[in-house]
Design a protein around this ligand. Structure first.
Ligand SMILES: CC(C)(COP(=O)(O)OP(=O)(O)OC[C@H]1O[C@@H](n2cnc3c(N)ncnc32)[C@H](O)[C@@H]1OP(=O)(O)O)[C@@H](O)C(=O)NCCC(=O)NCCS
Length: 278
């Protein structure tokens, strides 16, 4: 969406009752689910995207899966043998369908589906002609998705901060990248994981994933913001990654450079890291 309306900086995150008010429909909202309408301001245009992050349990999404999965997705889910994949599939699909549902808008999440392209990239199938694009990520108990217009490419990546993975991350970084991540005002493992998600989100944006040498996604610089970090890239000067923390999970969102994005990281943390059980 372009034009002055979309350029409004008014805060418009939508959760629970607010989600109902904005779209006048009852999408099942599972626990610890955060949905935000992101305003994306470019020097000469404005766009909107929808972010959904959720930390609900596998037991909940398994019990409620028929509320949000399309019959094709249910069929695929039933073919999965491993619980780990069943869990990540449901978490990622739930977030993706919430974000797409708000973007279209299409209140009934069972009326559209997400399938994989030949590079395993997620693709939205919906009867209405729409150029809605979707990015998905999941790690352990946290899932995230971003629905965005084709005009403004985006991607998302989530990674739990895990000391045991640090040697793997370090082995994929240049000395300059290590120095940049260690310069951040966060513990070393946190800085490295934020860096990793910035690079992995770029790899998704380019649709190649980690099938390409990770070095090509090398970061060039990082700029601390009040509640996030903005990375730029050595070989992909047209992109930037905004990284932030959701509890013990690092999250990065890729946008084209010179894109200002509204993002309420405090509210995301409050909702997704809610300590009450499902
Ligand atoms: C994409 C990739 C980096 C994801 O990393 P990950 O840490 O394992 O997983 P995440 O949870 O962050 O992201 C997984 C999601 O990324 C998306 N994804 C997968 N491949 C993608 C690609 N090429 N481009 C963009 N997104 C992709 C999917 O939606 C997937 O979720 P889903 O399978 O539940 O739909 C990794 O899987 C990869 O390198 N894949 C290579 C894909 C490829 O080239 N396949 C060729 C055909 S075999």
């Amino acid at each position: 969406m372009t034009g002055p309306e979309a350029c409004s900086t008014e805060k418009k995150w939508i959760i629970g009752e607010l989600a109902l008010m904005e779209t006048n429909v009852a999408r099942p909202l599972l626990p610890r689910t955060y949905i935000e309408r992101l305003h994306l301001r470019r020097p000469d245009s404005c766009f909107e995207a929808y972010l959904c992050i959720s930390g609900h349990s596998f037991a909940v999404s398994r019990a409620r899966r028929t509320d949000f999965l399309h019959s094709r997705e249910l069929f695929y889910y039933d073919s999965l043998s491993f619980e780990r994949r069943q869990k990540s599939f449901l978490l990622g699909r739930y977030c993706a369908k919430q974000a797409i549902s708000a973007f279209l808008p299409e209140p009934d999440m069972r009326r559209f589906s997400i399938h994989h392209g030949v590079l395993s990239q997620p693709i939205v199938r919906h009867s209405a002609s729409s150029n809605v694009q979707i990015g998905i990520s999941h790690c352990d108990d946290c899932g995230g998705a971003i629905a965005y217009p084709e005009e403004l490419p985006m991607a998302i990546d989530l990674e739990r901060i895990d000391d045991d993975r640090m040697h793997v991350i370090q082995s994929q970084c240049t000395p300059e990248e290590l120095a940049l991540s260690l310069s951040l005002p966060v513990p070393a493992a946190t800085g490295l994981t934020l860096l990793w998600t910035a690079k992995e989100s770029l790899s998704k944006e380019l649709r190649c994933g980690l099938m390409s040498p990770f070095q090509i996604f090398e970061v060039k610089d990082v700029e601390p913001q009040p509640d996030s970090f903005i990375w730029t890239f050595r070989r992909f000067a047209q992109y930037q990654a905004t990284s932030f923390l959701i509890g013990n999970t690092a999250c990065s969102i890729i946008t084209p450079r010179k894109t200002e994005m509204t993002l309420d990281t405090g509210e995301i943390n409050k909702v997704v890291c809610d300590p009450y059980p499902d």
